[in-house]
Write a protein that binds this ligand. Sequence first.
Ligand code: M6R
Length: 622
Amino acid sequence: MCGIVGYIGLPEKTAEHDALAVLMEGLRRLEYRGYDSAGVATLSEGAVQSRKKSGKLVNLEEEIAQQPMRSASIGIGHTRWATHGGPTDQNAHPHLGDEGRLAVIHNGIIENFAELKERLLRDGHSFDSETDTEVAAKLLGTMLPEAGGDLTEAMRLASNELEGAFTLLAVHSDHPDQVVASRRNSPLVVGLGEGENFLGSDVSGFIDFTREAVELEQDQVVTITAADVRIIGFDGTPAQGRRFRVDWDAAAAEKGGFDTFMEKEIHEQPKAVEDTLLGRTDAQGRLVLDELRISPAELNEVSKIIVLACGTAAYAGTVAKYAIEHWCRIPVEVELAHEFRYRDPIIDDTTLIVSISQSGETMDTLMAVRYAKEQGARTLSICNTNGSTIPRESDAVLYLHAGPEIAVASTKAFLAMIAASYLLGLYLAQLRGMKFQGEIEDILADLHKIPAKIQEILDASDQIKDLARQMKDEPSVLFLGRHVGYPVAMEGALKLKELAYIHAEGFAAGELKHGPIALIEEGQPVFVVVPSPRGRDSLHSKVVSNIQEVRARGARTISVAESDDEAVSSYSESVFRVPETQPLLMPLLTTVPLQIFACALASEKGYDVDQPRNLAKSVTVE
Ligand code: M6R
């Protein structure tokens, strides 16, 4: 999703920090958000200079090399993920207003852009692009006379006319001493430097230059100069942001010896799970989730949980359902956030909404959480990104502490989401007296053994990579699972679709005979996530039967099974082994071979696994 950077420094700092170099570095750090065009604008010699280009940053760099920009101490930069209008040079940001003296970049979607555009067209404005952003740029230009030429006031007036989600950044050639920004429902953070200040969609946009930052609230306008940061609400009242220090290491956002962020993040999973579990028990071994911010009394009153999430996070939610219902006997529904609020769901003040999101900015999830809050539900966010919108707007939060996830396809956050869901389930069980303390401690002890077991799978991944190489030309791959293996099968299929652009489907193995088995023909690869032979009655033998059913119709079966599960060997062409654990905890292990497989196969095909086509890391539009 769009990445935004803004910079202003004292003119004498230009030799050290030229605006263009600062902006390009920020945009590189924000590449992980996913984008299909990029652009910059700086102010120099009383004029806006702007360059923009479709495609990756290298295209923009070439454009700048062909048409060099003068040195500058102020500017804005943007990576665009197309919404209104295709990913063309013309639709790339910045867009200009006020007869070329104003440059604007934007993240989000302006919902009333069509009526605003009509009004502006009637007033004689013309447009060079199909974007809603250009409408905002022109609108901002028209507000300047009313605002007495004050760019901050013009931004405030324009923002009040806009509906939808937006972060807007603007520079104007008559105001070479300030960058003005505004935000509603889209992320924006201020970075504080010495004789210079920064703006970013997130802290990665300026992490190379400062670690001191200020978080903005909804509906605020911020004006940065080289020496100052001023914030006002959309109603004009002065406001204070919340200051914080960024504790992410810049190196944590780099590849650390791996070819891709995705491989690095797959290998970080032992640590991600360990960090999620860290510090969550007291000296007596009791779970303490201090950050939850919902009182035990309120949690005791919960009569139903609804998990809201999208994509990979929703599959983590399905694992959460199995665990929480089993341990706590509270009914749990899992719903895709974008479906939830349009179907008149039944919610009251004893409903606990658990949203799961890596980014904390997924618009579908955010809107569903807001809707549930309006209906009186309590809201709890399981999230990886500190200070992001969903946890900020929720009554309670359980942070994952998995570290920044840069690759667009989620891996370590998925395992951390599952681990956090287990913690939540066990905490509720402890609170409501649904399990003896000893039972909870046993499960926690097994959870703490998981990181070392993930490491074992990672250390033995050559077999998986070899198979991926052999299967690179397969047109379609199916995944089967039961119980907690079902969401793992769905996740395995999603990873293969996202990364390798191969048709892949995940099914509940029991559903096979109700239709999907018709897909099986000679040589069809089928991955089977096999439950523990020590798990629920007959579940394992049911899955072994499913393997036999597809093999009888010509399928080539690849099982993911526990190390001591001999029963599957004779029915599988290949078996990826995972160490033993409690049946409910198996997704933390069985997912890993499927991630490695998808990543290796996509790399074998020569695809960019960090930024798969058409995808954005943080989906901030509905
Ligand atoms: O940031 P979130 O966890 O809210 O993102 C939700 C989905 O957009 C995300 O999981 C998506 O499905 C990824 N591409 C999965 O790899």
